[in-house]
Design a protein around this ligand. Structure first.
Ligand code: 6R9
Length: 649
């Protein structure tokens, strides 16, 4: 069945920066002359010293090196704040909508933003932070999180934002992993009417952090906290009497801007490194084109700043473009399922960008929650994080967009810095469930998973790789360049391997089919099955664990864990609950298994490798097609697992 093609309507076409012919022309230019194309795009930014070299990149295993605009210098905070002061100093830069709908929203102008960022930058300097030092940001969704990121950028410190939903253990691993000098946090994070005790979590994390790490604490809720003399400082006390004037450090285009930890298929999360010039130019360009952003628009991305989406499309892309960006502290379903739509009406949001999991959850609550709100300001709707199922797409289109607002489905990754495959409003006709066509300068290829050969035919199915570099690409894994090369460039020589499977249809449209490695996507959050497994086996009752994803109606994928207990340990409901809580504590609530099945044995090859393919099939309730089980050491364990499969109703 051919899915319905949604052509851009007249209203969208009239407004759009580019039409279809324009897209085709610019894309062709970007392929024929990448240097020329990016030399022009780099001029979106203000450079202290202009670049003369544009692209210097090599995907060859053993010598992978990615540099863009390498001899130019600039400062990201200057580009996101100072350069707008002359023309839009009194324009709102950030609209902040607090968790409590009764509390007042804040409108922070570019001038005010400049002053907040300058002050916080001076505080960091006072705490001894210098260019190149690392700062961890563990914060609620409050404007101070954005100030902190920009303050780091201003003085050339490298930030690493850690999602506030992560546990003390996950936090300490990240603080230690990048050897951070300072952790910026808040007393508590209000979300959905409840407060997460961030400072208490940070205190616990500090028990495992190196001596000498300091803490800077923002007062958000006023909840009780204990301050450790000499180690912890209140932001408001530190700022008292300090100047807001802090000169912006001159940074090389290839100096790191931030580290962001993300999950892979093996081992512990890896610190993805993004640098200064290429990342910012790419975030700014994609923010403008993918969302057809125009001066004066109010842009809202519902992600958390703890994820890459929050970095590129709440903070850096929008602010580089002088936009008004909305930051929301709460959740879509509190106090009720109308909250998102109330906020759209209240702040006259023009572009709204969210994840399929949120759309599905709201869809499940019924149309009436959206029908009460005036959504006429909306001009573009976006989705990100996982493939969107056609039902959710149709609902988004019909109930939120009233059939008149284009939907952009943006495929990209923490590693790519910005959008890679997406439609452009007014230019590219959409098909529900397809991310459509590549962004300028991006050359996707579909590879045969076995042979690694490029499938040249337009219609193709295989794994998705990228043939050449783009400015937003990650540069390395913090402290482990070899792992970077091995993870992304060793499987298919000469290509960046995305880890996703995909299909290309007769129109050249891309359809992402999901991860082909041991990474699962739970509510749009990336998780390595290995991380959940290592948390489980760290429990004294557990001898072995295998974790796989299975289809979940709201979350996209759920977490299914097979657990083998230690000799003599009884499999009880209490223990099941205890293990769930344990994983929650070790990693965070998002990693809590949805199902734990007791597994007296796990299917293994004779060499001892767990056969996840089989476990996945059992979890999916698809055991009719288990495939070849002849290489198993003990084929009978499979029968037993099928018999005791969790009944998930
Ligand atoms: C931005 C972000 C990346 C993985 C990626 C893919 C999945 C993201 C998608 C999508 C289908 C989309 N993904 N966007 N799949 N359609 N529009 O989500 O980064 O957290 O690193 O996750 O998410 O599987 O490989 P990240």
């Amino acid at each position: 069945m051919t899915p319905q093609l949604h052509e851009p309507n007249e209203e969208t076409r009239a407004r759009a920066h580019i039409d279809r012919a324009g897209y085709d022309r610019m894309y062709a230019q970007s392929m024929q002359d990448p240097e020329g194309f990016w030399a022009r795009e780099g001029k979106r930014l203000d450079w202290i010293k202009p670049y003369s070299k544009v692209k210097d990149t090599d995907f060859t295993l053993g010598q992978v090196s990615i540099k863009w605009f390498e001899d130019g210098t600039l400062n990201v905070a200057q580009n996101c704040v100072d350069r707008h002061l002359a023309t839009r100093g009194t324009q709102t830069a950030i609209i902040w909508e607090p968790d409590d709908p009764e509390a007042e929203a804040q409108h922070i102008t570019y001038q005010q933003l400049h002053s907040h960022v300058g002050k916080m930058a001076n505080v960091l300097k006072k705490m001894g932070v210098e260019k190149g030092d690392r700062v961890v940001i563990y914060m609620p969704m409050i404007p101070q999180a954005a100030y902190a990121m920009l303050a780091c950028a201003r003085i050339g410190a490298i930030h690493s934002v850690v999602f506030a939903g992560f546990s003390p253990d996950a936090l300490s691993a990240r603080v230690t992993g990048c050897d951070a000098k300072v952790v910026i946090t808040a007393d508590e994070a209000p979300r959905g009417g409840r407060n997460t005790p961030l400072k208490i979590n940070a205190d616990k994390a500090f028990e495992k952090c190196p001596e000498g790490t300091q803490m800077l604490v923002v007062k958000r809720s006023g909840g009780a906290v204990e301050m450790v003399e000499g180690r912890d400082h209140w932001l408001h006390e530190m700022e008292d009497g300090l100047s807001d004037d802090c000169p912006a450090e001159e940074m090389g285009a290839e100096d790191p801007l931030f580290i962001l930890y993300t999950s892979g298929s093996t081992g512990q999360p890896k610190g993805v490194v993004h640098t200064t010039g290429g990342y910012l130019a790419y975030a700014a360009m994609t923010h403008q084109y993918s969302f057809d952003y125009h001066d004066g628009d109010v842009f809202w991305c519902t992600a958390d700043v703890g994820w890459v989406t929050g970095h590129s499309y709440i903070v850096y892309g929008p602010l580089a473009n002088g936009a008004t960006t909305l930051m929301f502290e709460g959740v879509p379903t509190w106090p009720d399922a109308s909250r998102f739509w109330q906020i759209c009406e209240k702040h006259k949001v023009n572009q709204f960008y969210t994840a399929p999991t949120a759309i599905r959850a709201l869809m499940g609550k019924g149309d009436h929650w959206a029908e009460g709100a005036d959504l006429s300001s909306l001009k573009v709707l976006g989705t990100v994080g996982e493939p969107i199922n056609p039902e959710a797409w149709e609902w988004y289109d019909r109930v939120i967009g009233k059939g008149r607002v284009p939907i952009v489905d943006t495929w990209w990754q923490t590693e790519t810095g910005g959008h890679m495959i997406t439609s452009l409003p007014g230019a590219i006709a959409t098909k529900p469930g397809s991310a459509t066509l590549p962004v300028f300068g991006v050359k996707p290829v579909v590879l045969d998973p076995q042979s690694g050969a490029v499938i040249e035919e337009t219609e193709a199915e295989g794994v998705l790789a990228i043939a050449d570099s783009w400015p937003g690409q990650m540069r390395t894994i913090w402290g482990d360049h070899d792992r970077f090369e091995q993870t992304y460039f060793s499987q298919y020589k000469g290509y960046y391997f995305s880890g996703d499977g995909c299909r290309r249809d007769a129109d050249g449209y891309y359809w992402i089919t999901g991860r082909v490695d041991d990474v699962i996507n739970v509510s749009g959050h990336r998780m390595g099955t290995a991380e959940v497994e290592s948390a489980l086996v760290a429990h004294k009752a557990v001898s072995e664990a295998a974790v796989v994803g299975y289809p979940h109606e709201i979350k996209g994928q759920g977490i299914y864990a097979y657990v083998t207990l230690m000799e003599g340990v009884k499999a009880t409901e209490e223990l099941r609950k205890a293990l769930e809580d344990w994983v929650r504590q070790e990693i965070g609530p998002i990693a809590k298994p949805d199902c734990i099945q007791w597994a007296p044995g796990l299917p293994k090859t004779r060499s001892g490798k767990i056969m996840r393919r089989i476990l996945r099939k059992i979890a999916e309730n698809d055991h009719g097609s288990l495939g070849d089980t002849s290489t198993l050491a003990e084929p009978q364990v499979v029968e037993e697992l099928i018999e005791n499969r969790m009944n998930r109703g």
